[in-house]
Structure formats: structure tokens, C-alpha cells
Design a binder for this molecule. Structure first.
Ligand SMILES: Nc1ncnc2c1ncn2[C@@H]1O[C@H](COP(=O)(O)OP(=O)(O)O)[C@@H](O)[C@H]1O
Ligand SMILES: [Mg+2]
Length: 305
């Protein structure tokens, strides 16, 4: 059984097709990232998966339960942190968690034990009795996450959980996501932050203009565009472009105080650069080879290049 199986989701708002035939299959375990620029359709997809928005067409199953036909059962299997996390501003940090636990039918002892555990994990222990209204955005987001994980959901869905957070809150949110994953929850998160997707996710779908344009592990997506390799090098004195004319080097450009030397064969290019600088009595000050990045894949797939 899949954790999430979404088939052929479509949603239009008037003339705008926000989600255009999106299908995603997320097996149990692992952290699945939904990566795309602003306006790509991430939130609309998440809202359909979590049963908040009815799709124009398509179906969603969460651990075998159809979200449209049996929304209550489906929702009990999910913890959801929506784009603008919802918290009760007039309650304290702890009351927010306790009341959510009660909605999920947990008994008093487990509510209290779990609330204590989560407050500590999210760095909120000292503020447990303070009214949430006074909290910063990062603290509110931590409460939102605390409420979403209180019933240890097998599937945890987070829409841009770290966007706009301070460094400390961001760290705690990411640690909590990793912890939930280690505890066996399947995670689906959206982000427009490529580094975050690269660091957290075992699988990524890249979405652009309502359509999925690529799916794979971060490493696989990087390799899709493994063609533009270069060596970045600097010397102790100015050099001319002639230094770089050699077999295997396609072109060289000045790049700040360095040169970028493009090549299909970095090994061959580095060996040439070493022997040419030896010959010309140049000292190499720095040298680095590029690795394909997820950013490159992302820009190629979503940009107009
Ligand atoms: N309730 C709505 N009414 C009208 N247009 C919407 C609504 N929700 C989203 N959209 C539009 O759908 C597109 C996708 O939005 P969204 O799913 O929020 O993207 P993302 O979360 O990737 O930034 C955007 O063009 C957005 O303006
Ligand atoms: Mg969004």
C-alpha cells in the first residue's frame, strides 16, 4: 500500500489552471519533496491531497483511504501543517497541543505525556503557559507543527514549513521532520528552497506551472544535467586566454579574480592546467571542480532557458 496515491489531479480557478493533471505516488517511509517556484501549484495540490479543496478531476488515497469518500478516516491518518499554519491565538502553547490531542481522541494521560515531549522537542517548554498571540512567526509555526504531530500521524504533510522562519525555528522544524521520519512517518513537504529539498528529501518531484516536470532522487535529478562541468582556477598573476586552449577544454571565461574553464572531461582539463602553469612559471592559488547541482536541474526545468 502507498502512503499517498494521487491520480490525475486538476484544479482551475476561473481561467487559471493551477494544477494540471498531477499524479504522485509516495511509498511508505522517506521524505518526499514537492519543489517548485512560487505559483507553481504546490499549495493547491496539497489542499486537494489533504481534503481541504475538492479537485475538478482526480482521486487521492492516503494509506488506502479515499480522501473524498471517507474524509474522516483519511484525516486521522494525516498530520497537516498548512501554508499559513493555524493556531488558536487566545490559548497557551500547551493548551493548543492538548486541545488538538483531544480532537484526535487521545486519553488524558497520553495527551499530557505527548504534549510535554513535543514542547521540549520544539524548544517551547519555557513558554508553555504563554498565550500564543504574543509569539513570533517561528514560534507559531512550531506550535502548528506540535499540533500536527501530536497523534503521531503515519503521514505528515507540510506546506513550506520553513519559509520566513528565523534560523533557530527553522533548525527545530527540520530536526522535527527528520525525527518523525525516523519514527516511521511518511513525510510530504513542499518547498521552493532547493538546498532544503537537497538536504532533506529522498525523492523529489519538481512542479512548474501546474505540471510535474521531473521526479527522482536529488542525485538522479542532478545527473540529468551532468553536462556543463567546469574547473575554476586562479593564479598569482594575470594570464591570457591562450593558456586554456587545449583539447577537451570547450571555452574559458574570466570569473571575478578567477577563470572558469568549461570542459567535458575535468580530469583532462586539470592535468592540462597543471602542466601549462608549470611550463609558464605560474602559481595556482586556487582550483576547484564543479559538481552538478540540484539548482542547475531546477533552473533548467523551470526557467525559460
Ligand atoms: N483560491 C484561489 N483563487 C484563485 N487563484 C488561485 C487560488 N489559489 C491559487 N490560485 C492560483 O493558482 C496558482 C497556483 O497557486 P499555488 O498552488 O498557491 O502555488 P504555490 O503554492 O506553488 O506557490 C497561482 O497562479 C495562484 O494565483
Ligand atoms: Mg504555496
Amino acid at each position: 500500500m502507498e502512503a499517498i496515491e494521487a491520480k490525475n489531479l486538476r484544479k482551475s480557478f476561473g481561467p487559471v489552471t493551477a494544477v494540471d493533471n498531477v499524479s504522485i505516488t509516495i511509498p511508505e517511509g522517506g521524505i518526499f519533496g514537492f519543489l517548485g517556484p512560487n505559483g507553481a501549484g504546490k499549495t493547491t495540490t496539497i489542499r486537494m491531497i489533504t481534503g481541504v479543496l475538492i479537485p475538478d478531476t482526480g482521486t487521492v488515497q492516503v494509506l488506502g483511504t479515499d480522501v473524498d469518500k471517507d474524509p474522516l478516516t483519511a484525516k486521522l491518518k494525516m498530520g497537516v501543517i498548512p501554508e499559513n499554519g493555524t493556531v488558536y491565538s487566545d490559548l497557551t502553547a500547551e493548551q493548543n497541543i492538548l486541545i488538538t490531542a483531544k480532537f484526535f481522541g487521545m486519553d488524558r494521560a497520553s495527551r499530557e505525556r505527548r504534549a510535554g515531549e513535543i514542547l521540549a522537542r520544539l524548544g517551547l517548554e519555557e513558554r508553555r503557559n504563554d498565550i500564543v498571540r504574543t509569539f513570533s512567526k517561528g514560534m507559531r509555526q512550531r506550535i502548528s507543527i506540535a499540533c500536527a504531530i501530536v497523534h503521531s500521524p503515519p503521514v505528515l504533510i507540510l506546506d513550506e514549513p520553513t519559509t520566513g522562519l528565523d534560523v533557530y525555528s527553522r533548525r527545530l522544524v527540520i530536526d522535527t521532520v527528520r525525527h518523525m521520519s525516523e519514527q516511521g512517518s511518511t513525510i510530504l513537504l513542499t518547498t521552493h528552497n532547493i538546498e532544503e529539498a537537497n538536504a532533506l528529501c529522498s525523492m523529489i518531484s519538481i512542479i512548474n506551472k501546474g505540471k510535474i516536470v521531473a521526479t527522482g532522487s536529488p542525485e538522479k535529478l542532478k545527473k540529468t544535467f551532468d553536462t556543463s562541468r567546469y574547473v575554476e582556477i586562479s593564479f598569482d598573476q594575470p594570464v591570457g586566454p591562450g593558456l586554456f586552449s587545449a583539447p577537451g577544454i570547450t571555452r574559458a571565461e574570466p570569473w571575478g579574480d578567477k577563470w572558469r574553464v568549461f570542459t567535458d572531461d575535468p580530469d583532462r582539463a586539470v592535468k592540462h592546467l597543471a602542466s601549462a602553469s608549470e611550463r609558464d612559471h605560474l602559481t595556482i592559488v586556487s582550483i576547484a571542480t564543479s559538481n552538478p547541482t540540484l539548482e542547475e536541474a531546477f533552473v533548467r526545468l523551470t526557467g525559460d532557458v
